[in-house]
Design a protein around this ligand. Structure first.
Ligand code: NDP
Length: 241
C-alpha cells in the first residue's frame, strides 16, 4: 500500500490572521501543509503567510480579498471567521454606535466572509466554517452587551448553516475561547485580570496556540461528523453554558 499524506493541502482563509489568535490559527494550518491566506486591515502581514487586505465591515473589500485568495490558491475550503473587536462600556454609557459597530465587525463581518466563501464549498460539496466566538457570548459580561450579543449570535449562525448545508459535506462550528493572552486582553486592568483568573478552574490564562489546535482539529477529516457544536477552550470558565 502506498503511503498517502493524511490530508491534501486545502485553501484556508483566516480573517484577522495577522496577529493574536488568528495568527496562531494561520500558523497551525500552515505547519500542517495547508495553503493559508490571512486578512489584515493594512494589507501587511507576517513573513511567509499570504496576506490580503480586507476590512470585514466592507462588503466590497471582503469580495476583493476573497477573489485574490481564489486567484492565488483556488476556492476557500476552510474559513475561520476570527476578526473581532471589543468596545466595552456599561450599558447606560454604551452608544448606539458602540453597539452596532461591534455587531458589524463580529457578526455581520462573519456573515460577509461566510457568504462570499460558501459558493465554492457548495460546489465542491465539502467545506469547513469555524467561528471564533467567546465564553462571554455564553456567560455574558458586565460592560459587554455589544460584544456578548455579537458572539452569542454566532452560535445561531453556525447552527442555522449546519441545518442548511449539513447535507453537502459542510460543517459549521463555534469555538468559544476564554481568556487568551493577546493584545485584546493586554489592555484590561490588572484587577479585572486577577478576578478573571480566580474564576478559571484551570487557574491560568491560555496562549493563542491552544485555541489554534482545536480549530485545526475541527477543520480536519476526523471532525467530519461534528457540526453546530460550541467547543469551549476556556479552562472551565464557562462550564455548563
Ligand atoms: P486581537 O485584538 O489581538 O486581534 C484582532 C484581529 O481582528 C486583528 O487581526 C484585527 O486586524 C482583526 N480585525 C478587527 N477588526 C477588523 C475588521 N473590521 N476587519 C478585518 N479585521 C479586523 O484579538 P484576539 O486575537 O485576542 O481575538 C481574535 C478573536 O478571538 C476575536 O474575534 C475575539 O473576539 C476572539 N476572542 C478573544 C479572546 C481573548 O481572550 N483574546 C477570548 C475570546 C474570544 P488588524 O490587525 O488589521 O486590526
Amino acid at each position: 500500500m502506498s503511503s498517502q499524506p493524511a490530508q491534501q493541502p486545502r485553501t484556508v482563509l483566516v480573517t484577522g490572521g495577522n496577529r493574536g489568535i488568528g495568527l496562531a490559527i494561520a500558523r497551525a494550518f500552515a505547519a500542517q501543509g495547508d495553503n493559508v491566506a490571512i486578512t489584515s486591515r493594512s494589507g501587511e502581514g507576517p513573513e511567509g503567510l499570504f496576506t490580503v487586505k480586507a476590512d470585514v465591515t466592507d462588503t466590497a473589500s471582503v469580495d476583493a480579498a476573497i477573489s485574490e485568495v481564489e486567484a492565488h490558491f483556488g476556492p476557500v475550503e476552510v474559513l475561520v471567521a476570527n476578526a473581532g473587536i471589543t468596545k466595552d462600556t456599561l450599558m447606560l454609557r454604551m452608544s448606539e454606535d458602540d453597539f452596532t459597530s461591534v455587531l458589524d465587525t463580529n457578526l455581520t463581518g462573519s456573515f460577509r466572509v461566510v457568504k462570499r466563501s460558501l459558493k465554492g464549498m457548495i460546489k465542491a460539496r465539502r467545506g469547513r466554517v469555524v467561528f471564533i466566538s467567546s465564553v462571554v457570548g455564553l456567560l455574558g459580561g458586565a460592560g459587554q452587551v455589544n460584544y456578548s450579543s455579537s458572539k452569542a449570535a454566532l452560535v445561531g449562525f453556525a447552527r442555522s448553516l449546519t441545518r442548511e448545508l449539513g447535507g453537502r459535506g459542510i460543517t459549521a462550528n463555534v469555538v468559544a475561547p476564554g481568556f487568551i493572552e493577546t493584545e485584546m486582553t493586554a489592555v484590561l486592568e490588572d484587577e479585572l485580570k486577577k478576578s478573571y483568573q480566580a474564576q478559571i478552574p484551570a487557574g491560568r490564562f491560555a496562549q493563542p496556540e491552544e485555541v489554534a489546535k482545536v480549530v485545526t482539529w475541527l477543520a480536519s477529516d476526523d471532525a467530519a461528523y461534528i457540526s453546530g457544536a460550541v467547543i469551549p477552550v476556556d479552562g472551565g470558565l464557562g462550564m455548563g453554558h
